[in-house]
Design a protein around this ligand. Structure first.
Ligand code: AMP
Length: 212
């Protein structure tokens, strides 16, 4: 199974991707996580993308597509994957089609989690993430012990790109201008499912499973 998941920042993509991956035995891949990890370990990729990620701008397509192609060629993906954060614009959608053609595979579903702008803004500004495994939390639903991840014991922190409200708003604008139009791209193929993301995590997950 190969799934794309879209939605504005704060829609719950990371949380739902992890649950979908677990249920269907597929691998969750997030370009944002790949970039954040590269920045954290100070790799060459990290130094190339750091400024873009912290400013809330998109990393250039050529570099992003290269990273995604390399990831999708790894051999842990026989059962499939769920891709969160890619494609972000039409150029990337075409690039993904080329990667899929080269692998003789196809995308089975494109999910959109829709939430109003004020809700996503509120969720992002309260969001915290495990610096080790990427699990998401919120200030209203913290880990059980002292900002230590319930899953892996890692330190739960605020994402560096969530600090600056102006940068957060920029990312939401980019989403609405460049990513949301991809809806039509996947709708034409008959694989688009729009899910109302304004409910509890369990309820949203149930809606996704039903759609899939
Ligand atoms: P996300 O975790 O998906 O919100 O991504 C965090 C940041 O990583 C974005 O604001 C971009 O700077 C960068 N990023 C993630 N995915 C992409 C992509 N597909 N194309 C370009 N930049 C990306």
């Amino acid at each position: 199974m190969r799934i794309l998941i879209f939605g504005p920042q704060g829609a719950g993509k990371g949380t739902q991707s992890a649950r979908i991956a677990e249920k269907f035995g597929i691998v969750p891949i997030s370009t944002g996580d790949i970039f954040r990890w590269a920045i954290r370990v100070d790799s060459e990729l990290g130094s190339q993308v750091k400024q873009y990620v912290e400013d809330g701008r998109l990393v250039p397509d050529e570099l992003t597509v290269h990273v995604v192609r390399e990831r999708l060629e790894q051999d842990d993906l026989a059962n499939g994957w769920i891709l969160d954060g890619f494609p972000r614009n039409e150029e990337q959608a075409h690039a993904l089609d080329r990667i899929m053609d080269d692998q003789d595979l196809q995308i089975d579903a494109a999910l959109i989690l829709s939430v109003p702008q004020d809700v996503s803004l509120r969720r992002i500004l309260g969001r915290r993430v495990c610096s080790n495994c990427g699990r998401n939390y919120h200030i209203d639903t913290p880990p059980q012990v002292n900002w230590t991840c319930d899953t892996c014991g890692g330190e739960v922190i605020k994402r560096t790109d969530d600090f600056d409200e102006a940068a957060v708003r920029k990312r939401l604008d980019i989403y609405h201008q460049q990513t949301e139009p991809l809806k039509a791209y996947y709708e034409k193929r008959g694989i688009l499912h729009t899910i109302d993301g304004q409910a509890s995590q369990d309820e949203v997950f149930a809606r996704i499973v039903e759609a899939l």
